[in-house]
Design a protein around this ligand. Sequence first.
Ligand code: KIV
Length: 279
Amino acid sequence: MSTQHSVLDLQSMKADNRKIVMVTAYDYTMARLADAGGVDMVLVGDSLGMVIQGHEDTLPVTLDHMVYHTRCVARGLKKAHLVADMPFMSWQRSFDQALASSGRLIQEGRAQSVKLEGGQRAAETISKLVSAGIPVVGHVGLTPQSVHTMGGFRVQGRTDAGAQQVIADAVAVEQAGAFCVVLEGIPGDVAAEITQRLAVPTVGIGAGIHCDGQVLVCNDLLGMDGSFKPKFVKRFAELEAPITTAFERYAEEVRSETFPGPEHAFRRKAGPRRVAKLY
Ligand code: KIV
């Protein structure tokens, strides 16, 4: 029996006015640490395209990549709910494709739910997945898989018409049956209006304080890349410098033959101890 937070647990958090804490993770160790830190949801985001694989966007990420990383993360979680991203082109071809892709993330990856980018255009697929028993998290506003359509990673909903579109998208995915909606890169007042209108929880990234929860990419909040600090990120640690320093110290000690010291070295098994006096 899983001890991880269920869809119902997360929904009751909105009803009880408790904020939902979500973070991304891509491997076992980070998942274990996030879980120990008490986060409510761990997202295996296709942001792994940038963070893990070093690409400029999420488009090269495949379903196989997502299944692999989701399975690694699943082994590190005891309490946090595990949601996995449906990568670019893993569901658009047909409902059968959407069902097969989400099925793999749940059966092989051990995710409890899947996240799918897109508002009105994704609603029909979401509705069919939910009917098939697959819990879905929606994702509207700045949807990184649409980078080429948006003309870059642009904040959405800044004009009246744009705001109305994002609101309509959020309502559409809720009506389709999404149990939670990620709001990314939209003005805070638009996110506040959506959060007030939806019965299901909203989780924001670059969407202001008035969401039901917040999500950040783990490497961003841990300060793993000192040169990367978008406006919506707050660093809760500055790990780039101590990690680099640790590698430098290790290199220096290997080269100067300071490491390994005698305390790190194995010795041959000691022979039988001689008894000093037998009788
Ligand atoms: O891929 C991802 O990490 C995401 C979050 C930033 C919401 O979709």
